[in-house]
Ligand binder design. Structure first.
Ligand SMILES: Nc1ncnc2c1ncn2[C@@H]1O[C@H](COP(=O)(O)OP(=O)(O)OP(=O)(O)O)[C@@H](O)[C@H]1O
Ligand SMILES: [Mg+2]
Length: 255
């Protein structure tokens, strides 16, 4: 279970002004919100990639920011992170990129043969052909393939929790549908808890048990997809209408 407790973070301006959110074990949870509202910043606080000015995040009741190095290392072992824009290392090949998804402690326990086996399995789970792709550099891959390699890196350590930052943004509708199917399939097959940041509101509402909307540094909405669709909050309604309009433009663009 993931629990954000009064997470506050300012850079030049306040970005997160006290976010409280609880994602239950086994849940698929979507986080929506306009661009620049701090969705990625919030996800990064989950693994202390960004440290909040105030507040904390707990994973299974263990404190990410006050639990010490040992606790953080254990938390990082059970959480996989799919970065926005895939964020692969350009100078490393696919195998080496996926290897980076295994925490130091796990790597120390494994032989290189076991690591190769895990990377192979992870690529198969994201429907990529390992033999064809393991030694390729990111520059040799399409956008959709890079996203999948980013997902393979996040799942290679068989995490209990997956954080997805915009896994479908920039993909065409066919690849978007494929990645969405993959997210659902992985969540079911690996029985993970998923927190999904997405601009694809329609997809998020369809896939997830609960959704939230971040706006103005706080959670403006948190509830079931049904409650989101029926919300009488004008800010939620305006966001939903804008998202639907953009989705329509996306489809037109592709045609
Ligand atoms: N490391 C950083 N240093 C300074 N400012 C940052 C940093 N990371 C994020 N910000 C700022 O925090 C704000 C929120 O950024 P964030 O990337 O979380 O937005 P987002 O909701 O994920 O947007 P998008 O939907 O476009 O991905 C932005 O104003 C951004 O410039
Ligand atoms: Mg972002």
């Amino acid at each position: 279970m993931i629990e954000y407790k009064g997470v506050y973070k300012a850079f030049d301006e306040p970005v997160l002004s006290g976010v409280d959110l609880r994602v239950e074990s086994g849940e698929m949870f979507a986080l929506f919100g306009p661009s620049g509202t701090g969705k990625s910043v919030l996800l990064k606080t989950t693994l202390a990639l960004i440290v909040p000015d105030r507040g904390d995040v707990c994973i299974d009741n263990q404190s990410v920011h006050f639990g010490g190095r040992g606790t953080l290392a254990r938390i990082r072992e059970k959480v996989g992170y799919v970065f926005q824009y895939a964020a692969l290392f350009d100078s490393l090949n696919v195998f080496e990129n996926i290897r980076m998804g295994l925490p130091e402690a796990t790597l120390k326990r494994m032989t290189e043969k076991e690591v190769a086996h895990k990377a192979w399995e992870a690529l198969e789970l994201v429907n990529l052909e390992p033999r064809m792709i393991l030694s390729k550099l990111p520059a040799e891959l399409s956008g959709g393939m890079k996203k999948r390699v980013g997902i393979a890196r996040a799942i290679v350590g068989r995490p209990e929790i997956l954080l997805w930052d915009e896994p479908t943004t920039g993909l065409d509708p066919v690849n978007t549908a494929a990645v969405e199917r993959l997210i659902t399939q992985l969540s079911e097959e690996l029985q993970v808890t998923s927190l999904l940041v997405t601009h694809d509101v329609e997809g998020g509402l369809e896939m997830c048990d609960r959704v939230a909307m971040l706006e103005g540094g706080r959670l403006r909405f948190c509830g079931t997809p049904e409650e989101f669709k029926n919300s009488d909050d004008p800010v939620v309604q305006a966001f939903e209408n804008r998202a639907a309009a953009y989705a329509a433009i996306d489809v037109l663009d592709v045609r």
